[in-house]
Every structure is written in structure tokens, then in C-alpha cells.
Design a protein around this ligand. Structure first.
Ligand code: FAD
Length: 337
């Protein structure tokens, strides 16, 4: 194998990066951007080259607040594509719109958050474009090389793609959110082309309404596990501690399956993957499937009566204690502070 001189290799990759053109799908909820859209923009910028945002909606007015925010987030351009069929971003009508935009626009990369919506839409777009999807990207080494977690986050795999278009979803918690600045990207609003057939129908959505910070993005999270023992005890221990710390509430799968907490609060491999500044695990053993959802938290505090519980292996601060004594005491101390 004849290696290129180092300078030539560098020159090649620098020009390849400059030629990269990334389209990034910016998810909306109601008329606003979802928080992970800002993280997806940061990942898209890491590819290098030009970055264009994409927002879809039933019409321009329905996504105006999202567009007003996104255009200030350091994008080179922002596309808005509208159609009544795109109102709920169902995969069947939406995926052909995306595939067409990527092909016609000559984009080299297409990115989105690794959310339920991203996971629903992107495999279909990948199928239409006949490329491989790269899921849950944690870092981008160059325009062809990505890292992503495997084995529930216990190993990190480096993936090199030779596809002409790199289609990837990003793990929001590993990317800092893009911030709004003074510069505004030019916005191109058009009716969507190539809308797919309505094979599925949007029936309804029931959202748990809460004044609490959102679990996915909250800087502090208090989670309860099976050790809390009942729904009543969960409400009497975990909620007051979360209130005192201004935290979001999370739960282990065992706590969710036992009915102590809502399904939407599950943290872990099959729940939410989060990385708050402070994660307080109460009565949680620390099974690998739970760790997969929280081990990247900046500071982990664990309260467990079993000194050998695996959660203590990842905890920065561990308290071996009965939670029914320790948590009320902690709440009192936090409220007094
Ligand atoms: P347990 O393991 O029962 O631990 C309870 C802990 O509470 C114990 O350590 C105990 O010492 C402590 N305790 C008891 N009483 C007290 C007390 N009075 N004071 C202090 N401590 C006390 N789990 C998830 O959490 N999230 C997931 O996304 C997830 N996905 C999964 C996917 C698959 C495919 C599989 C197979 C499993 C998954 N699990 C997931 C389940 C996981 O394996 C564990 O069963 C679960 O995390 C255990 O929850 P827990 O720690 O609350 O319960």
C-alpha cells in the first residue's frame, strides 16, 4: 500500500470537509423546536462545510416560533416545507419529501435527533435513498467516520461509511445545544414536494402535562427504583426531593413496571438516555440496562441500603442508608440550605 504523504492526506480531508453539505431535520412539538434539535445542529456543524436546517409543518404559521428560533442558531440556510399531510410528521407521507430534498439538494449528509420521531422517519428515508443509516451518533471524527454506542452503551463502535450520502441520528445528550446568535440564516419556505401516501392516520396524542423540568434535558434528575417499594412511597420520597432540588423525576424500569411511576419517566436502555449535571439514584441497584441511560451524568449520587449494589461503582457520592430515613433528612437539609 502506498501511503499518501501526510500533508496531501490533510489537504484532501480539509477540502472534503469544505465540500460537505449537511441537511439537519429540526423536530418540532406544537409550534416550537424540541430541545434535541439544538443538539442535532451542533452535530451537523461538526461534519464541516455548509449546514442547512429543515423544518416541516402543515403551513408556515404553524411552525413560525420554531423557524424564528432556528434561523438564529448558526445555520447557513433554513428550509421550511409545508403540507397538511406533514402536520404530524408521519413516516409514510414525510419520508419521500426528505429523500427528494436530499437528492435534489445534493446534500452529502442528513442528520436528525435520535428521538422517537427520528427513529421512525430515518430508516424509511435511508431505504428510499438506498443508503445505510448510522444511529445514535456520539461523535464525528471526520465526514465519513462516526462513533456510536453498542451493547447498551458498554462499548463504543467506530463506524466508517462509504455511502454517497451519510444519513445519521444523533444522541442528544453527548452534543452541546447550539445557541442563538445575532446572525440570521436565510429562510426558504415552499410547499413540500413528493409527499408520500397517507397509509397511517393520526388519531390522538395523550401527553402527561407537568410543570416539572423535562426529564430529557433537566440539569438535575432524581430517580426512584424498586427499593422505594410502592407508588405512595414514591410520591412521598422521590417527589419531595425532586421539588427541593428543582429536579425532573426519573425511574428504573422495575419502578415503572411496578406502577410507581409513569412509563415516560423510565431511564435506561429501553427508556430515556440522559446526562444531567446531577443524577440522584434512590433505591436503584444499578443494573447495566439502567446505567445505559444515566452513566454519562456529570455527578451521580446513589442512596442504597446495600453497600455492594452495583450503582456505587459509577456513583461519585454514595450513601449506604435506608432511603426512608435518608431522603426525608436530605429534603430537610436542602430546604434549610
Ligand atoms: P432492583 O434491582 O430490585 O433494586 C432495588 C434496589 O433498592 C436494591 O439495590 C436494594 O438494595 C435497594 N433498596 C431496597 N430497599 C431499600 C431501602 N429501604 N433503602 C435503600 N435502598 C433500598 N431497567 C431500567 O432501569 N431501565 C431500562 O431501560 C431497562 N431496560 C431493560 C431492557 C432489557 C432488555 C432488560 C432485560 C432489562 C431492562 N431493565 C431496565 C431492567 C434491569 O435489568 C433491572 O431489572 C432494573 O433496572 C432494576 O430496577 P431497580 O434497580 O429499581 O430494582
Amino acid at each position: 500500500r502506498t501511503a499518501l504523504p501526510r500533508t496531501a492526506t490533510r489537504a484532501f480531508s480539509a477540502s472534503a470537509r469544505a465540500n460537505a453539505e449537511t441537511l439537519v431535520f429540526l423536530e418540532t412539538k406544537g409550534d416550537s423546536l424540541v430541545p434535541s434539535a439544538a443538539n442535532a445542529i451542533t452535530a451537523a456543524k461538526k461534519v464541516g462545510g455548509k449546514v442547512t436546517g429543515l423544518i416541516i409543518g402543515k403551513d408556515e404559521a404553524s411552525v413560525k416560533p420554531a423557524v424564528d428560533r432556528a434561523k438564529k442558531m448558526g445555520l447557513d440556510a433554513l428550509l421550511v416545507r409545508t403540507s397538511p399531510a406533514l402536520e404530524h410528521a408521519l413516516a409514510e407521507p414525510t419520508a419521500p419529501v426528505f429523500a427528494e430534498l436530499v437528492k435534489k439538494g445534493g446534500y452529502t449528509h442528513f442528520a436528525a435527533g435520535h428521538s422517537a420521531l427520528g427513529k421512525n422517519l430515518f430508516p424509511r428515508v435511508a431505504g428510499l435513498l438506498e443508503v445505510q443509516q448510522i444511529s445514535d451518533v456520539m461523535s464525528i471524527q471526520d465526514e465519513n467516520t462516526f462513533t456510536r454506542p453498542v451493547y447498551a452503551g458498554n462499548a463504543i463502535s467506530t463506524v466508517k461509511s462509504t455511502d454517497s450520502i451519510k444519513l445519521f441520528t444523533v444522541r442528544a445528550s453527548t452534543w452541546e445545544p447550539a445557541q442563538e446568535g445575532d446572525k440570521e440564516a436565510e429562510v426558504d419556505v415552499k410547499e413540500a414536494e413528493n409527499v408520500g401516501p397517507a397509509q397511517a392516520e393520526w388519531v390522538s396524542e395523550e401527553l402527561v402535562k407537568s410543570e416539572r423540568p423535562d426529564l430529557a434535558t433537566a440539569p438535575t434528575v432524581v430517580s426512584g427504583g424498586r427499593g422505594v417499594k410502592s407508588k405512595e412511597a414514591f410520591d412521598e420520597t422521590i417527589i419531595p426531593l425532586a421539588d427541593a432540588l428543582g429536579a425532573a423525576i426519573g425511574a428504573s424500569r422495575a419502578a415503572v413496571d411496578s406502577g410507581y411511576a409513569d412509563n415516560s419517566l423510565q431511564v435506561g436502555q429501553t427508556g430515556k438516555v440522559i446526562a444531567p449535571n446531577l443524577y440522584v439514584a434512590v433505591g436503584i441497584s444499578g443494573a447495566i440496562q439502567h446505567l445505559a441511560g444515566m452513566k454519562d451524568s456529570k455527578t451521580i449520587v446513589a442512596i442504597n441500603k446495600d453497600a455492594d449494589a452495583p450503582i456505587f461503582q459509577v456513583a461519585d457520592v454514595g450513601l449506604v442508608a435506608d432511603l426512608f430515613e435518608a431522603v426525608p433528612e436530605l429534603v430537610k437539609k436542602v430546604e434549610e440550605a
